[in-house]
Design a binder for this molecule. Sequence first.
Ligand code: UN1
Length: 511
Amino acid sequence: MSVESTLSSVIGPDTTAVDDGGTEYLSRNPSNLDDVVARVRLGGPDTLRVAAENAQRAQREWAQVPAPVRGRVVAGLGRLVEANKESLAKLVTREIGKPYAEALGEVQEIIDTCDFFLGEGRRLYGQTVPSEMPDKQLFTFRVPVGVAAVITAGNFPVAVPSWYIVPALLCGNAVVWKPAEYAAAAARAVAELAWRAGVPRGVLNLVYADGEATFKGLEAALEAGTVNKVGFTGSSAVGTRVGELCGRHLQSPCLELGGKNPMVVAADADLDLAVEGALFSGWGTAGQRCTSLGNLIVHRDLHDEFVSRLDEALRSATIGEPTGDVLYGPLLDQKFADGFESVLGTIADHHTVLGSESVGRITESAPRKGFHGDPSTGLYYHPVLLDGLRPDDHVFRQETFGPIVGVSTFDTLDEAIELGNLPGYGLSAAVYTTNPQTAFRFRQGIGAGMVSVNNSTSGAEAHLPFGGNGRSGNGSRQSGIWVLDQFTRWQSLNWDFSGKLQKAQMDVDTV
Ligand code: UN1
């Protein structure tokens, strides 16, 4: 069986046949814009609202399935993904332009997630808790929240949705999944495999809708009480709107937002390692991970050598068609290319532009040496290394989501930490140092949810808590056992077997 062969070119809302006046969207291959990967019918607001109603009905039965059996179902999804690993990775590469080696890694992440939650199906523990009274026992239970609306970005169209969907299903919830339209085919492939693994159709609902229809549909569902948890991965601006909407309905969403992730290169850093780490974190995936490196903060004594080595590494890196062995391929889609162009527009006179011969789109008149393939067919951009960044520069303060990184310098570790925290995000941060004291002090001072020592800011593993603070999220965490608190609520039980009414706080002997 091949995932690709199951995908027809015309795909639309599958479980929710609502004709509510949506539009058609073409998901295109960003390395060859003439290649239409999927034609998608985007639903209007009713699509999401009705999907949530369906999900609510289906959830009751799903919650009755024993957790270890639900664990086997999600493990089955993992096995099906594994059997289709190459074709799913090829689809990711074709639809969003992610280099094939990275796409394979991304597919591995959903497999790892399914493997992890197979075990959690047998460990969905509650507690026994002592009572303050005799002949009385207290317990806690994890209870599914109900229906989770999962709204995901397309830069990780397989792995990141699975961080919500797999634990949500394992915990006994139903899911309404609204993926990014520019990754519609990859989403459909994952949903197909989940349905084939035994997830009932009503328990996992896939809907396509644009941003405004999603907001309206979500608002209606929250109002009707058919959505009980929202998981959102995307920009800080949209996440703020999701947070406001959920807050009005007394809900606390799981928000995984942008980053302006710093990498501090200390005076005692291994320079080769730091250059390699900066190259991969900053320009790998064309800088389009929420965990991509944003600000390089380099000790003044190393600055010149570090920047010249990084400039050289960037100039000799291979960029091009993502089916090949490249550092990065095209940007995700036209919307992201437009966003990146506006970031390039903020480059100022006080910046030194390095990393490439030109700035902007790679074209015949602005070529890139050693480019792999034909640049004219896709959304390819020159890498930018901006030296001389100032703390009030746009590029220093805002997530750029493209192949651009700025450099600033520091003298003391406190100064480096302050610069790292200044933009107000708090997702991922890295320090390159050979001194454990520097590493631990950095971890203590930096406001990021995830810290790396001598490693990339990106590349989170599937069983460590993932998430950020400040503008990067609301402190919620995905992955591992920590995400269980997103998709279950604690219920307590107090059981009195004394045969009489014992009153808490009143019938207790205090010493
Ligand atoms: C994201 O970009 O939304 O840490 C998540 C990483 C990935 C996840 C990134 N595994 O690089």
